[in-house]
Structure formats: C-alpha cells, structure tokens
Design a protein around this ligand. Structure first.
Ligand code: ADP
Length: 314
C-alpha cells in the first residue's frame, strides 16, 4: 500500500499589489493591480504533493475569518485533507506583498494562526491518522519551533520518514536537524544552518558544506541542497548525487522550493528510492517556475511524467 504525505506547516494568504514602483515609507502610490493567492510553505507543499495523486494531509492552522475559510476551501479543491487544519481564534496568516514594475518587492508577513500550532495538536493528528513507516512527514519552519521538533520526533517514533525543509532557516538547531531523516535547504539556508551549528567547512562548495552538516547534525539519511536552475545535490553516507534541472523558461521562481519538497515527499511515499525521488523533484520545481504564483505552476502526475519523458527524448 502506498504511504501518505503528512505536511506540517503554515497556511498563508498572499495579498499582492503590483504597481509602477514601490512606495517609500510614508508615501502612497496609487494605480496598482491587486491579486490574492494561496500561500504559506505548508499549504503550498501540500498542494504540490496532492496534485501528484498521493493522499496528502495538512496539519496547521487558519484564523477564524473569511481568509481562513477561503484558504481551507482552496486546499480542499486541490484534494488536500484539511481535517487537521485547526481554526484558531485569531487572524489567518497573511503576507502583504508589494511588487514594482521591475519585479522588486517588499513583503511583510503576519503569521497569525500559524503561530498557534502546538505540539499537542500535531501529536493528536498523528495519533488519529495512525502514522506508519510507509508515511512521509514533511515539515517546514513557518510555525513555532516546538511544533517543528515535535512533528519530527513523533514521526520518528512512528518510524515514518521525515523531511525537514529548513525555510526559513532561523531558529533551526541541532535538535530539529538531529531528528530529521532528510533536510532540504536551498543554498542560503545551507549556509545559515552551517553557521548556526558553528561549522567551519574546508570550502564553500555546497557539497562540502552539506557533508559537514550531515556529519555534525547526525542526520539519519541525507542533506539535499536545492540549487535553483542548477537542480539539486544529494549528500548521504554512500556518496553524492546530482540531479540537474531541465532548462525551462522561468517566469516566477516563487514556490519552486515548495514544488520540489512536495514532489520529493510524494515520490518517497509511493515507494521510490531517494535518488529517483530527487530526479522527479527537480523537474517539478522547474515546471513550477514557468507560471506566475506559487501554486499555479505545480504539475499533476501526468504533466510531470510528460516532462520527464520529453527530457528522455530531448
Ligand atoms: P527555493 O525556491 O527554496 O529557493 P530553489 O530556487 O533552489 O529553491 O528551487 C528549487 C528547485 O526548483 C530547484 O532544485 C530546481 O529543480 C527548480 N528550479 C528553480 N529555479 C529554476 C530555474 N530557473 N530553472 C529550472 N529549474 C529551477
């Protein structure tokens, strides 16, 4: 039986005004265009996994407001199981985003309900789900640190595989890293994690830094570093593997990391080995950059298979 993906993480609503230029403090700039998008790393990763046809459950929280109800409805329409997305007596997490004509931006985030995710709620969800070794638990860091550590350690006691996406990297230390099976930083997060652990790798090559992190943090399985257009790099005890990303016409890299992580988790849950899962995840990340917005470009299983087949014949 295939496993499930259980995502523990944030749910945000992104409120975006795109205008000619960004306002200076105290200034009002009019004439922009407004759009609203589902966001939050947890929610985005859950959508990425669910679109690939794998049973996906999200553990998190929205506020008791219209944005929260809308966020939940959108997740459900993407087949994400939101039973364990609590409704907290506060506001839904919001990212206010201003974008200028050249793509430059200003972002201010109010975590709202995401700050209320408690270890007890995670424990309850895992118990009711009857987590098993076939399941993959994917955790990102836009929720309180105690909830991150709790999710990783409860999952480990159920023998489920865990992926820690250390985004953002701040506050992640030895405890979380040492409980994860796989950690998936991008280049900047890799450097931040190494600094947080006081590591002084021999050089700044991602492979060197990733190996230092693997050893120092006693990670169970692997460090997987995402490298944007260059794909991803895996470092584990048996060596290293590189998975190049296909060349695409990238228009918006928002959500590429979420597509990558969701696909990695979904592929492991269907029983693929880590190296094969990595080869699918780099393609999912690349496809996600070809459309605007974090979720719009996330591929279905059929779209991903087609892209992989096209790479094989290119
Ligand atoms: P993050 O979004 O977390 O910073 P990356 O930028 O490393 O992460 O992107 C995650 C994955 O998305 C990469 O490993 C790669 O597969 C894919 N990707 C990102 N940007 C591009 C790009 N310009 N072209 C092709 N693939 C990309």
């Amino acid at each position: 039986m295939p496993g499930r993906v259980v995502v523990v993480g944030s749910v945000n609503v992104d409120l975006v005004v795109s205008g000619e230029r960004l306002p200076a403090p105290g200034e009002t700039v009019t004439g922009g265009t407004f759009s609203r998008h589902g966001g939050g790393k947890g929610a985005n990763q859950a959508v990425a996994a669910a679109r690939l046809g794998v049973e996906t459950i999200l553990v998190g929280a929205v506020g008791d407001d219209d944005l929260g109800r809308a966020a939940r409805a959108v997740l459900s329409s993407d087949a994400v199981d939101t039973r364990f997305v609590e409704t907290a007596p506060t506001a839904t997490g919001v990212a206010l985003i201003l974008v200028g004509a050249g793509g430059e931006n200003l972002i201010s985030v109010a975590p709202g309900a995401n700050a209320t995710v408690r270890p007890e709620a995670v424990a309850l969800a895992f118990r009711e789900l009857g987590l098993t070794a076939a399941d993959v638990v994917l955790v990102s860091n836009e929720i309180p640190g105690e909830a991150v550590v709790a999710a990783l350690s409860f999952a480990r006691s159920a023998a489920a595989r865990t992926i820690l996406n250390p985004a953002p990297a701040s506050g992640i230390g030895r405890e979380a890293l040492g409980t994860a099976s796989i950690v998936t930083p991008n280049r900047g997060e890799l450097v931040a994690l190494a600094a947080a652990l006081g590591l002084e790798p021999a050089d700044h090559d991602p492979a060197t830094v990733a190996r230092a992190l693997l050893e120092a943090a006693r990670l169970a399985d692997a460090v997987v570093v995402t490298l944007g257009p260059a794909g991803a790099l895996l470092v584990d005890r048996s060596g290293e593997a590189r998975a190049p990303a296909p060349t695409v016409h990238a228009t918006d890299a928002t959500g590429a990391g979420d597509a990558f992580n969701g696909c990695l988790a979904a592929s492991l849950a269907t029983g693929l080995g880590l190296r094969d899962a990595l080869r699918r995840a780099v393609v999912a990340g690349a496809i996600a950059t070809t459309r605007t917005g974090a979720r719009d470009g996330m591929p279905t299983a059929a779209a991903l298979d087609d892209a992989i087949a096209a790479m094989g014949t290119a």
